[in-house]
Design a protein around this ligand. Structure first.
Ligand SMILES: [Zn+2]
Ligand SMILES: [Zn+2]
Length: 262
């Protein structure tokens, strides 16, 4: 007999971190959703229930791995929203970014260098291959032939076997994920295309009323007098919503979206 668990296991892929990534559709916050026995479920909650039992009243199901589409019961725990925020700000994450990338073998170039970079410096996130180390600038950079260039530019050059980027052209992300260096997601275009592209993107997926409310709600739970917490908070939400940390800071201080109430 096919059990509920068997049915659910058909809908996931297990990744290198042992995350059970849901293959179906995600809601706008990145959580998997599913129709199951006539009811719409957030997938990680359904997995919690099926493997670990009933979810305690008034508690959320949270991730130790920070991967919202993950539904490995071993990565799930029940807690309050406050636990989630404390968890997010207070402790080292299991999937934390490794700060320093290993030096690349200097003998490599061309397709070998590309393979080395993709194999050793990235982690999968959906179809994206994200640079897995910390980077402080807008895009991850790399020193190549005595210049510093965006890693995505190098990947595009190596992948297309090109020597230079044509005049007035830029390497752009079709996936809008600046950390992604999946060659399949990189296209070349003019600056004008890039601007139109990022403008339509910002209209669609950057901050909206809901995300601003979420930021303000979570800000209420935080003790910002603790040193470093402001920066961490701004950085966390800037990553989450793909905006500059300063934007988050201005939302917190009600300089932007000042009319939003929660
Ligand atoms: Zn996980
Ligand atoms: Zn991508």
């Amino acid at each position: 007999m096919i059990t509920t668990q068997d049915r659910l296991l058909k809908k996931i892929t297990i990744d290198d971190n042992d995350c059970w990534i849901f293959n179906g559709s995600l809601n706008e916050n990145g959580y998997g959703k599913i129709m199951f026995n006539g009811k719409t479920w957030l997938v990680h909650r359904l997995f919690y229930k099926e493997w670990l039992g009933d979810i305690p009243t008034n508690q959320g199901v949270l991730h130790t791995c920070d991967i919202r589409s993950c539904c490995n019961p071993n990565h799930l725990f029940a807690g309050t929203q406050k636990d989630n925020v404390i968890d997010m700000l207070g402790k080292k994450r299991r999937c934390e970014i490794i700060r320093n990338r290993p030096p690349r073998p200097t003998s490599l170039d061309g397709i070998e260098l590309l393979t080395y970079i993709l194999d050793n410096w990235t982690k999968k996130n959906g179809k994206c291959l994200e640079y897995k180390f910390d980077f402080s600038s807008h895009y991850p950079n790399i020193a190549y032939k005595s210049k510093t260039i965006g890693l995505h530019i190098l990947v595009w050059l190596l992948h297309t076997d090109s020597k230079i980027i044509p005049n007035k052209h830029f390497v752009m992300h079709q996936c809008h994920n600046k950390a992604c260096i999946n060659p399949e997601h990189l296209i070349i275009g003019t600056n004008k295309q890039n601007q139109i592209d990022s403008r339509s993107y910002s209209l669609n997926t950057k901050l909206n009323l809901e995300s601003v409310q979420l930021i303000l709600q979570e800000a209420l739970l935080i003790d910002f007098s603790v040193r470093g917490v402001k920066t961490k908070f701004d950085k966390y939400f800037s990553k989450k919503f793909n905006v500059h940390p300063d934007t988050i800071s201005r939302i917190r201080r009600k300089e932007l979206w000042g009319d939003v109430t929660i």
